[in-house]
Design a protein around this ligand. Structure first.
Ligand code: FES
Length: 86
């Protein structure tokens, strides 16, 4: 998890591809960076909602709203996160 501006962003490494999502479960505000990453899905440690980190889509209840995603760019050994909401 990284602070980017006033956001907390979870950056996920899927086999060398990086994805960034708000570190805030849309069910009840759980910290997604504390959850398990299973393939492309991250599981909220609070009540088990799952999100696809590539799209932000909620794929398992109790969350049904998507989590915000952010653009990621890798420059050398630096991972840059764009904060324009998609
Ligand atoms: S806060 Fe994430 S599933 Fe409830």
């Amino acid at each position: 998890m990284f602070h980017v501006g006033d956001h907390e962003v979870a950056v996920c490494n899927l086999g060398g591809e990086f994805y960034a999502i708000d570190d805030l479960c849309t069910h009840d505000g759980g910290s997604l960076d504390q959850g398990e990453l299973d393939e492309a899905e991250i599981e909220c440690p609070r009540h088990g909602a799952r999100f696809d980190v590539r799209t932000g889509a909620a794929v398992q209840l109790p969350a049904f709203e998507p989590v915000e995603t952010h653009e990621v760019r890798v420059e050398g050994d630096t991972v840059q996160v764009g904060m324009e909401h998609r």
